[in-house]
Design a protein around this ligand. Sequence first.
Ligand SMILES: *Cc1c(COP(=O)(O)O)cnc(C)c1O
Length: 713
Amino acid sequence: MNNRKHYVGIDSFRYVAALLVIAIHTSPLSTYSEMGDFILTRLIGRMAVPFFFMASGFFLISEYTYSGDKLRTFVKKTSVIYGLAIAAYIPLNIYNGYFAIENLFPNIIKDIFFDGTLYHLWYLPASIMGAVIAWYLVKGLGFKKAFMAAMVLYVIGLFGDSYYGLSEKLPFFKGFYGYLFQIFDYTRNGILFAPIFFVLGGILARNPIRSSWKTSLVKFMCSFLLMLGEGLLLHQLGYQRHDSMYVMLIPAMYYLFSFLRSFTGKQLLSLRTAPLILYIIHPMIIVMVRMAAKMMRLQWVFIENSMVHYLTVSVCSIFFSLFLALFIQKIRNKEKLQDKKAKARAWIEISLNNIENNAKELQSQMPENCNLMAVIKANAYGHGAFAVSTHLEKTGVKSFAVATIDEGIELRKYGIRSDILILGYTSPLRARELYKYRLTQTLIDHPYAILLNEQGCKVSAHIKIDTGMHRLGFDASDHEHVIDVFNMKHINVTGIYTHLCASDSLSPEDIMFTEIQIKRFYQLVDIIENSGYKCPKIHIQSSYGFLNYPELKCDFVRAGISLYGVLSSSSDPIKTQLNLHPVLSLKSKVVLLRKVTIGEGVGYHRTFAPAKNSTIAVIPIGYADGLPRNLSSESRHVLINGNLAPIVGRICMDQLMVDVTGIEDVTVGDIVTFIGEENGKALLAPVIADNEGSISNELFSRMGTRLEVITVE
Ligand SMILES: *Cc1c(COP(=O)(O)O)cnc(C)c1O
């Protein structure tokens, strides 16, 4: 499955947190106000690192991800980054005289595990330890007890940090902390500080969102103000040995994170690594800015003015980290695509270029003021609604149509902001959801409109008119009821439409019938206008309606199958030839080759008995993946290494067999194409659909939920 939900709030705050960390290390307000500086760097700034821990915990420590793999990957990745960061800062360590200190070896060990070999690097080992401790606490004790255990650790830390002034007064505690401080310099570390935030992140990931972002924000503000008071008081009393840990930091972080978690949607820039790079490199940038300022003799502005210094460091760090993150992402994407194909069993390959081309081609052939309404019901005709909808919206498509309310809600969760029309029936009891997710409902008849109106929730709707298909819609002659809908208090009519049922045929009778349908519709539109109502947006054509009746003047064309670049059937005659390209390919690979001799059979019922000694390839894709079983009744072909090879025996639920006798160099792992092109040879969906007595629409929409969707350019 594609990762559908993007936590935009959390991901955006990563940048804010990274900038706060830079603030801690550059003190932007120090030129202006000591108190302001304390509040910014010792209180507000202290939320940055806990936030990073929580974000890691959120994605790592949640109930459903207890496979040790995830933790192992996290630890491995963080260790590699830590190793690289240590190496990168060795020159600076040398410059600072780090290696000249006494007791170098024990100190290095201490630093590597707890304090960091440079001041900010403690975050990485703390992250590793925090993750491991939180993971095993939750695994062993469950969330509640893990929370309490992590709290105990935090409280121990607290009394060695902001509340040290109290511990110092009691000899026993003083001795205890004296011992601890031989192991590490601060209690703000991977054992006493980090685990609680990882656990909290996991708890939040597991709990459903219960309160609105507003409530969370208010609760956060209250906790934060209390933390402010706590911090200022402790500062005043001189209790703080260090100033990273506060009692109120826990609720403040919890509510801040709840607030951020409420924002999901489309990610503008999915560079999750950039803030981490920013975090790691900023000390280097600080050194460089200082060096450059000295060389240009501009210390008085770039160093002495704390604000200018901070902004310069921030801008350079952001610039550099985005650049590096983009570069890394490019390489990774390439690797990922290779890796996905290498790991996949059977997959759908979607060409984003082709779907973009098709959308533009359709749009360019439409009359002025007419717009494409992209029909992406049934998981975008099996193409994967996420990839298709987000890419189309990015390239300028402003209306979508789906069949059901749940499909519509799904699109909103992907972050689609365009209009979404539900073409089918929705229970009136779900009116609130229609309103909440800004979905436009089709009114299927007058009683339905009344019921929906009675829910008392303002809902946008398009009135469906039955002009002869006799499926959904108000009768075209029933203008009184249609007009009645315009007066309904809770229904906002934004469109009116009909559906053609024979526009895919160019036989004279069908053309005549279609023209009657069109006439009935426009007559109704006239009546509405003559009754003094402003006629809403109108639409009539689906793909074939548009290809065969391109001259109609409407506000939308509801294009489905044509958007995906194929016809329903290879034999359909059409009037308009458009430059459309198939978007979908269906592929799998050879997982096993075996010899079968004359007299033996292959597959269920041994329906295939080779006439000579043959080589059979087993392919792990079957009818549960949407490959129709009745394609096995006659010999149908697949493409392997540019050669056509027949499917033999019955197609099974999850596998099928192909005769590769005589095809050279077939080996395990070779890619097998079922739909798509290879070396100039093509297997087209409409032809395959013809062979099984169906249409490409059905073939596509049945490509189950089991196939991975891989997008290519
Ligand atoms: C599915 C559907 C469409 C899209 O049809 P295509 O033939 O795939 O373009 C258009 N309008 C309605 C009402 C539909 O149900």
